[in-house]
Structure formats: structure tokens, C-alpha cells
Write a protein that binds this ligand. Sequence first.
Ligand code: ZN
Ligand code: ZN
Length: 93
Amino acid sequence: MENLCPDCGQALMWESGVYVCNPCDNTFIKQGYCNTCSAQLERLQACGSTSYFCHECNELTSRSTANIVFEAKKRCLKDTVFPSARSHHRIVD
Ligand SMILES: [Zn+2]
Ligand SMILES: [Zn+2]
């Protein structure tokens, strides 16, 4: 199965844990979502095959039934921490 960039359709390069698109200068991660409840799935790697686990349904989802999408990954580490989550904690305090 070829991994194609959702933006430009070019083949993505696998590079140190992420997918890289050179034409877009963008980095993607493969993320699975549950078809039943739309929750983010945890990726499980076993014996060379990949399966996904839904913590909401408490069920193992096979790669073919999971909703697999490429999500753009921000290069800047600061962007991975959601500012809204941070300010929320401050309000709670
Ligand atoms: Zn691209
Ligand atoms: Zn689910």
C-alpha cells in the first residue's frame, strides 16, 4: 500500500517515525479513528502487522476497518501543546 500525501498526492517518505512530503515540506503522522465511536485509536504493533485498539469501545479494530487518516504534524514542538488546554488548567487553579 502506497502512502500518499493528502494535499498533493505525492508518495510520502517514511522518515524517523513520521511521513514526510518533500513538495509540501510537510510532515504527517498516520492516525486511526474508530468507525463506531470516532475515538482516536491506539496503534498496536505485533509480529509485523498493525492493529488498532479503541479505548472507548474496549475493542481491537483491524487495520482494514479502522478509519486511517494522515494528519499534518507541526514541526514546531510548541504547537503540539494545545494552548486552550494550558489556559484551562490555569482557570481551574
Ligand atoms: Zn504533499
Ligand atoms: Zn470505538
